[in-house]
Ligand binder design. Structure first.
Ligand code: GLU
Length: 336
């Protein structure tokens, strides 16, 4: 009896929802006029980002704000996530329809390397590249870490599971012959927890692959302990083996409280907006066109975008372009 009632109620509910979606007939009897939709159904779309103090989150917020201002049927929301690996996985399971990802992780997933060894994720697509993300090793100055090899015996947050920095930390440590399971105490804290954990002495250093400047690092340097960004040099062979990395520098002027006296050398990848081939062309085209036609507003929205040009947003892409993005780039002459 109860079951029957629930079933009837569900059917009623389904029917009423369907009715809302059904276009109303505007034609008179016998006329051939086509149906006109009253109001289009809102399609909810999510963008996977990172922790709130990183750059992925404000990027996802800005992209959502820009697309939503177009008042199309699509409504975008930015979601906080663990980072690149999490975003790839949630994108492939359709929990999100866009995600921000490091170009190295995007490449590995698309090709079937690294975490996806032997399992290429060929559905992955690029929308556009955004800004450089620098592998940033942040330490408390009193821990005496001046180079990567000094991490031996230290307490290091290599990054939360499913974050991009965790993959970078593991790969770099392996490259210089440090076993992160044996040679140091590795923590798996989120990027949001890193600043206070470093200042409180819970850890001596942390990895964060991120655009600069960002509020996470400003928060870290604002504490009572002096902070040093450790230079990552001598990585020419590493770059040869992993060609999506480039040499890069973090400007000391962006964090005046650092103990570093000069700009800091490191290596970088590109933060990329990714999607899958299943996401409609109409939506990807709308997003791409909105961002590129309002490029100045986008560029001004975060200091980590200071060096962006429209052309640079097509450089360093590691998976094929989505047809919706390609359509806009061809139309606007950005690609031939
Ligand atoms: N690159 C980091 C990751 O993939 C996230 C950086 C950010 O949140 O800005 O985990």
């Amino acid at each position: 009896m109860k079951k029957a009632l629930i079933l009837t109620l569900s059917l009623l509910l389904i029917n009423s929802c369907k009715k809302e979606e059904t276009p109303t007939e505007t034609g008179t009897e016998g006329s051939t006029k086509t149906a006109k939709p009253t109001a289009e159904k809102v399609v909810h779309i999510s963008i996977g980002t990172g922790s709130q103090t990183g750059v992925y989150y404000p990027t996802g917020m800005k992209l959502s704000e820009m697309v939503n201002s177009k008042k199309s049927k699509f409504n975008l929301t930015a979601k906080t996530m663990a980072g690149s690996v999490d975003n790839v996985q949630k994108l492939l399971s359709n929990d999100i329809q866009f995600g921000i990802v490091q170009s190295d992780i995007h490449y590995q997933a698309y090709k079937g390397e690294g975490k996806w060894d032997g399992k290429p994720q060929s559905k992955l697509r690029s929308v556009f590249a955004i800004y450089p993300e620098v592998v940033t090793l942040v330490s408390r100055d009193d821990a005496g870490i001046k180079k990567l090899a000094d991490l031996k015996g230290k307490k290091v947050n290599i990054g939360a599971p499913k974050s991009g920095q965790r993959e970078n930390a593991k790969s770099l440590l392996k490259f210089i012959g440090i076993d992160y399971k044996k040679d140091l105490t590795a923590e798996g804290l989120s990027a949001g927890e890193s600043p206070s954990s470093l200042q409180d002495g819970k850890i001596d250093a942390y990895f964060f692959t991120v655009g600069h400047p960002n509020s996470s690092l400003s928060e870290t340097t604002a504490g009572k302990h002096k902070i040093r960004i450790v230079e990552l040099t001598g990585l020419e062979d590493y770059i040869k083996k992993n060609p999506w990395f480039t040499k890069s520098t973090i400007l000391k002027s962006q964090y005046p409280k650092l103990v570093n006296e000069t700009d800091i050398e490191s290596i970088a990848v590109k933060a990329t907006l990714m999607t899958t081939e299943d996401v409609p062309e109409e939506l990807v085209y709308l997003l791409t066109k909105t961002v590129f036609e309002n490029f100045d507003s986008f560029k001004k929205s975060h200091p980590a975008y200071a060096t962006l040009t429209k052309e640079s947003m097509l450089e360093g892409i590691t998976a094929p372009l989505h047809p919706g993005a390609e359509k806009y780039f061809k139309e606007s002459g950005l690609i031939k």
